[in-house]
Structures are given as C-alpha cells and as structure tokens.
Design a protein. Structure first.
Length: 421
C-alpha cells in the first residue's frame, strides 16, 4: 500500500512533520527496547525460571540481527519511497512481536519475538528517521533539528518504564506486553505514511527555503562543479578516511556499554533495596534531564565543532557511571540518574550530527548501514556480558566499572577524528 509523494501543500515546512514523526517513533524505540525490557526482567525471570543471562540474550540477538541487516537496508533509506515502506513494515512487525510476547512460555519464543523480529523492526524504523532522513531535510538548521529529534528517544525512558510497571501492578506482565503491542500499531502505522525521504522529492529545498537565495545559488553552482562539496562522500569514499574508522571505533565502545547498562539499571537499583516503582523512577529522572538539554547540544553543534562537544561529554558519561554505583538513597539515585541523562542525551544528539556533518547528506543511509554492524555488534555483547557478570558474581559493580572505562576511551578517540578534506 502506498500514497502519493505530494501531500496537500501547507505553509508549514514538511520537514517539521518528518521531525514530529521521528520524535514519536524514537520514543517507542527506546521505550519498548532496552528501558522497557529492564522493567520486565524480574517478573519474567521469576515467573519463567530464567537466569538474567538467558533473558538478556534476547537483547543480544536483537542487536545482532539489526547489525547484520544494516548494510542491506541502509541504501534503501536513500531511495524515494524506501523509508516510508520500511517504517510501515517496522510498525506492524514491532507491534505484532510485542503482542506475541503475551503468549511466551519458552525461551526460544522470547528470542524469536523480542530478539529476531524486534531486531528487524529496529533497523527499519525510528533510527533511520533521525540518522538518515532528517539530515536530508535540514542543513543549516541540522544541529537544532537533530537536537529536537533526540528528545523523542528521551521521552521513551520518561514514559514507558513507569507506565509498564503500572500495567504490571494492575494486571500482570503478559497484559503489559499485549497493551504495548496494540498501542505501537495504533500509533506508528498511521505515522509511517507521512514519511518522505528528502525535500527535493516534494519540490522543496532544505531548511524550508522557498526559493534559492544568492548564497544557495552559489552553492548550486559549486554542486555542479564538485558534488562532494554539497552532497558529501559516497560510502566507498568514506571508508577510505581515517575519521570514519575513528568514529566507528568510538561508537563501538559506547555501544559496548550502552544497551546492557541501561537495561540492567532498574534491576540494579531493585537489588540494592529500592522497590520496583522507585527503581523505575531512575528512568524518569534520566529522561527528564536528558530531554531537557538535548536541544541545547544541537544548537551548540551549529557553532562549535561537534568533536569538541561529543568527546568531553562521553568522558562525563563515564564519570556518571561511578556516581550511579555509589547511590545510597532515593535522592542520590535520582540526582545521579539525572546527571547521567544529561551526558547520554548529549551523545545521542551529537551522534547523528557528526556523521552527517563529516560525510554529507546524499549517501547517509548507505554510510550508516556500514557503521551499524560495528555498533550493534558491540552493543549485542553489552546486555549479555553485564548479565553474565551478575550471574557469576551476584553483583553489577565490576561490569559497570568496565562500562565507565570504555566510555572514557570512546570520548578520547572521537576527539581525534577530524572532518575529511
């Protein structure tokens, strides 16, 4: 099923509509992904007799599937109708897999639904909108727009953990999965029809400019003489730059801690004596602070070289892990989670900006498709390794310390990446 590429004309620049879709889709992606999965850990493992290593194996499968598909899906995200079709497919697949979780009895069923089907939906949905589509719609305003878009994934931890826990308290974990699946389909399927790949497909210009001004005419002339100046590098050309591999290595190190750390944070607080409801508030504190500052990072990225922002902020994120390990009460838990949210929110915002700024907008889908397997490969190990450390040592402390170290290394590495010339 498809719809025309030319919706009714409006005074509102269509890029803002794409931004709204990306924000909503992003909140579902994080809300039912690592943060949502963390809320289900205790009720599902206790009811079904699984270890935490076995449970988080599903997140590992989810990341591996997404990474394996990325090089093939990436180029489709640069086509005229690819992103819209992919998001529609993703919405049905994600919602259907969540509904299926209501009926899970065996581990293999969990791995198939949350791991395999969830991984496929992950690579074709919200991530593509923020990292590939929005940078095509905005050039001058890219920083602030991606800062706003990054608020979407931040709303996920703010809304979903507490909502899921409330559903579990009122009914049970199976009902919570069912409700999540139905809501996902009802919200994301209609939104998928609004997605457009680039402004040129609708006879528009980036940033909402109605007609080329003198500066844009000069840029168009430059584009004719050297397309790399405006459109950026191809995937093959990007692979031959040192910056590409420094960025990939940095993103890999962040991914090595990101998914597992956040998915285990709620269980960690529960293990240290907090109730399930109070522990879930750590996600809310994280999200509120994270979301509040994300537009600021995008705004600053338009004025300060992005590597000078993202590197130090990753080192700050490493420091916040140490704060979270040391919490000794509800107040310190909420403060530490909030500071952590500021740092991680900055990384999430700047991650998409650095790739678009360094390599241009024409082949972002293909370039991100090559980066994604490295990132998700590392991310796939994260939940499994952290859960394994817990099962072996009955403690998260050593695993969390390792996360802090690799994030500090990632910050130093990306600081060394200079824009290709």
């Amino acid at each position: 099923m498809d719809i025309p590429n030319q919706p009714p004309q409006s005074r509102v620049y269509y890029g803002w509509i794409v931004l709204a879709v990306a924000m909503i889709a992003g909140s579902f992606s994080t809300g039912v992904g690592s943060w949502g999965a963390g809320v289900f850990v205790k009720p599902m493992t206790e009811a079904l007799g699984w270890s935490r290593t076995a449970y988080f194996g599903a997140l590992t499968i989810r990341s591996l599937v997404a990474g394996a598909l990325a090089p093939f899906i990436g180029p489709l995200q640069d086509t005229r109708t690819g992103p819209r079709r992919l998001m529609l497919f993703s919405a049905f697949l994600l919602g259907g897999s969540l509904i299926g979780m209501h009926y899970v009895q065996n581990l293999w069923q969990f791995y198939f639904l949350f791991g395999i089907l969830g991984g496929i939906s992950q690579i074709t949905g919200a991530n593509a909108l923020t990292r590939t589509i929005l940078p095509k719609w905005f050039v001058r305003k890219r920083g602030r727009v991606l800062g706003l878009a990054a608020m979407g994934p931040g709303f996920g931890p703010m809304i979903f953990p507490v909502s899921i826990q409330s559903l579990i308290n009122m009914a049970d974990w199976r009902t919570a999965w069912l409700v999540l699946g139905v809501v996902t389909i009802l919200v994301l399927v209609p939104l998928s029809f609004l997605v457009r790949t680039r402004p040129e497909d609708m006879g528009l210009l980036p940033d909402g400019d109605n007609v080329p001004n003198d500066n844009q005419k000069d840029l168009l002339q430059l584009k004719k003489s050297d397309p790399h100046i405006i459109e950026g590098l191809t995937r093959k050309e990007s692979l031959h730059t040192t910056s590409f591999w420094l960025i990939v290595a940095s993103f890999m190190l962040v991914g090595l801690g990101m998914g597992g750390f956040h998915a285990n944070l709620v269980p960690y607080f529960q293990d240290t004596g907090f109730t399930a409801a109070v522990a879930a508030l750590s996600g809310t504190a994280f999200a509120v602070s994270s979301v509040s500052f994300r537009p600021l990072w995008g705004f600053l990225a338009e004025r300060i070289p992005v590597r000078y922002l993202i590197g130090p902020l990753l080192i700050l994120a490493a420091g916040t892990v140490l704060l979270l390990i040391k919490v000794d009460g509800q107040t310190s838990m909420l403060i530490a989670s909030g500071i952590h949210g500021v740092a991680i929110g900055a990384y999430i915002t700047l991650q998409g900006i650095v790739v678009a700024d360094y390599f241009g907008r024409a082949h972002l889908g293909a370039i991100n498709g090559i980066m994604r397997p490295f990132m998700t490969g590392a991310g796939a190990l994260s939940p499994l390794l952290i859960a394994l450390f817990f099962d072996l040592r009955n403690s998260y402390t050593l695993a969390f310390l390792i996360v802090a170290i690799v994030w500090a290394l990632a910050g130093g590495m990306i600081s060394m990446a200079v824009p290709p010339t």
